[in-house]
Design a protein around this ligand. Structure first.
Ligand SMILES: CCCCC/C=C\C/C=C\CCCCCCCC(=O)SCCNC(=O)CCNC(=O)[C@H](O)C(C)(C)COP(=O)(O)OP(=O)(O)OC[C@H]1O[C@@H](n2cnc3c(N)ncnc32)[C@H](O)[C@@H]1OP(=O)(O)O
Ligand SMILES: NC(=O)C1=CN([C@@H]2O[C@H](COP(=O)(O)OP(=O)(O)OC[C@H]3O[C@@H](n4cnc5c(N)ncnc54)[C@H](OP(=O)(O)O)[C@@H]3O)[C@@H](O)[C@H]2O)C=CC1
Length: 515
């Protein structure tokens, strides 16, 4: 049987969401490990004043593509951007482009989605469900399509504790929901959203569940694979360890903790932190594309792409390794020394928010005001609290995912493919991975230079001294106020002071005698 790279040789691949975190890694890996691939058609929209061509050529200049660039400096010739706005009718693809795509595309990877947890339901539905349906419609017109791979999420069914590799009945018939929301005003949709999403925490997981049903409906006409990654983190090995380019999921939390801003968060120390490196997800995705095209399974195969059941690691361990990593490799200009703690106790968390977040923010804003600058710390903390409030659902409980299809797929790979498209997470060394992840946030998200680490360490020492001085002054102040008001406190104070004097004179006397 053809190896994965052999299979992709000469194939035309269509990718949505190629400018996103996972899409970029998919494009890079395809170009690097399947160098004979024919063309990658990327559905891209113009954004922030940049045309789609500008966006794609900027993307290819990114460090992520360094290894591909080394192997093949002309790799950009394999990339063809296609203008598309997925929220528009027929995905706003021109008739000429539709013609071109339908005549040659062999495989589709559908990565595009809105992954925001606070997305209004109508918009999340438009992008995650309706656009998926439109892409499936386009796929059915393709003459040479061999596989349609849809990227879902392991949390699409997070209302269940145990999640099998099956598509569960939808919370509502997608078509009915789409029809009913069409005529409703946004304010009404906003009001009924909590009732609609029910036990799910947000519109993201809800619409991703609906998208799976939409995809399943077409599985008699297309060969389909559904990938369900859990919490996608920085790369483990490829193209280099620690690559990450965004604040999503745990990355923003790690950065906020490394900067000394985040000191407390609600999470269960003993719950499994189901992080999965982005390169693992992409290797599995490419292998699933190959398997779907070659074996043409009768029903859509679902791949739960998770680590918890295979090589578990817990939030408490993550906290420990993140903190020690940022102490060894500090971020620049930290607000305070990195020292975040997670707790599952609501009241305890509220107490630490007050003492370790709000109080220092107030003091710092006061300092900024007094020095004629604009206060900003309270605003930063309010945004941070909103973000972690949305993530806590995922860090406070754990789930059990069955990953038989991932094992089945691995058993079908040749030894060579198992190395090139490695998704065997049993080999993952968590402490090493977390260290590289934290360094990756410093280098690639914050664009900080590793040569500045000695200065960053010096800054942390300065912060420690400020804290000691502040704590001492605070203690003296509190005590002074206290003894000014209470006779008992004064008596204790005089007693302690006289005891100290007695000890001092005893030591002085005994040292004079021995001399
Ligand atoms: C040290 C102790 C560690 C212990 C760890 C404990 C817990 C781990 C925490 C979380 C794990 C759970 C993760 C669950 C993931 C589920 C898996 C999935 O299926 S999918 C993908 C996950 N999706 C997300 O993560 C999206 C979440 N984000 C949002 O919904 C929104 O961004 C938002 C948080 C609601 C914020 O919206 P807002 O409009 O206020 O801001 P913007 O998004 O427009 O961003 C503005 C600006 O801020 C930057 N940003 C965004 N998020 C963060 C963040 N968390 N921290 C810091 N900065 C952040 C963003 O890049 C923008 O920057 P710029 O203006 O420069 O572009
Ligand atoms: N990140 C994670 O932790 C996880 C992600 N997933 C799934 O993986 C997939 C990829 O996620 P990720 O890469 O992290 O997400 P990103 O937010 O990084 O990327 C989203 C992609 O979708 C594109 N897109 C969004 N809206 C439109 C639109 N209207 N028209 C055209 N393109 C659009 C974006 O393009 P543009 O650059 O133009 O905005 C971008 O390329 C998603 O399906 C997500 O549900 C699953 C589990 C976990």
């Amino acid at each position: 049987m053809a190896s994965i790279a052999d299979y992709y040789a000469g194939k035309n691949v269509l990718i949505t969401g190629a400018t996103g975190f996972m899409g970029k890694v998919l494009v890079e890996k395809l170009l690097r490990s399947c160098p004979e691939v024919q063309t990658l058609y990327l559905l891209v929209r113009p954004k922030a004043g940049q045309s789609m061509q500008e966006r794609v050529s900027d993307m290819m200049k990114c460090k992520l593509f360094d290894r591909v660039r080394e192997d093949n400096p002309d790799f950009h010739q394999k990339i063809v951007p296609i203008s598309s706005e997925l929220t528009q009718p027929a995905l706003a693809i021109s008739p000429e482009d539709v013609e071109r795509l339908t005549s040659c595309v062999n495989i589709i990877f559908h990565c595009a989605a809105t992954i925001r947890f606070d997305e209004p339901l109508k918009h999340a539905l438009q992008l995650n469900v309706i656009a998926t349906q439109q892409l499936l419609n386009l796929a059915q017109q393709m003459h040479h399509l061999q596989a349609f791979i849809h990227i879902s999420t392991a949390y699409a069914n997070c209302n269940r504790r145990h999640i099998d590799e099956i598509i569960y009945p939808p919370p509502v018939e997608p078509k009915k929901l789409i029809d009913s929301l069409e005529w409703m005003e946004d304010s009404i949709v906003r009001d009924i959203t909590p009732r609609l999403i029910g036990e799910r925490p947000n519109t993201y997981t809800y619409t991703k569940a609906l998208a799976e049903c939409v995809v399943q409906k077409e599985s008699s006409k297309l060969s389909i694979g559904i990938i369900r990654p859990s919490i996608v983190g920085a790369s483990w090995q490829e193209p280099f360890p620690g690559w990450i380019d965004n604040f999503n999921g745990p990355s923003g939390v790690f950065i906020a903790a490394g900067k000394g801003i985040l000191r407390t968060m609600r999470a269960n120390n003993d719950a499994v932190a189901d992080l999965i490196p982005v390169d693992v997800v992409i290797n599995l995705t490419l292998a699933a594309g190959w398997y779907t095209a070659v074996h043409r399974p009768k029903a859509a195969l679902v791949y739960n792409c998770t680590t918890g059941g295979i090589n578990p690691f817990h939030w408490g361990e993550i906290e420990h390794h993140v903190m020690s990593s940022f102490k060894r490799n500090p971020l620049e200009q930290a607000f305070r020394r990195p020292n975040a703690n997670i707790t599952s106790n609501y009241l305890m968390n509220q107490y630490w928010i007050l003492v370790s977040h709000k109080f220092p923010a107030l003091i710092y804003d006061l300092y900024l005001r007094l020095s004629g600058q604009k206060p900003q710390m309270m605003r930063i903390f309010n945004r941070l609290h909103k973000a972690i409030g949305l993530l806590e659902y995922f860090s406070s409980q754990d789930w059990e995912w069955n990953s038989e299809n991932m094992n089945m797929l691995m058993s079908h790979l040749s030894p060579e493919d198992r190395k090139t498209f490695n998704f065997d997470v049993r080999q993952l060394n968590w402490p090493e991975y977390i260290e590289n992840y934290c360094i990756g946030t410093k280098k690639y998200v914050l664009n900080e230079d590793m040569s500045d680490i000695p200065a960053a360490r010096q800054h942390l020492r300065k912060l420690r001294n400020i804290r000691y001085t502040f704590n001492t002054l605070l203690l003296v102040f509190i005590w002074r106020v206290f003894i000014a008001r209470s006779q008992m406190a004064r008596n204790i104070w005089y007693f302690v002071v006289s005891l100290c004097f007695k000890f001092l004179s005893y030591f002085r006397a005994s040292s004079t005698l021995t001399n």
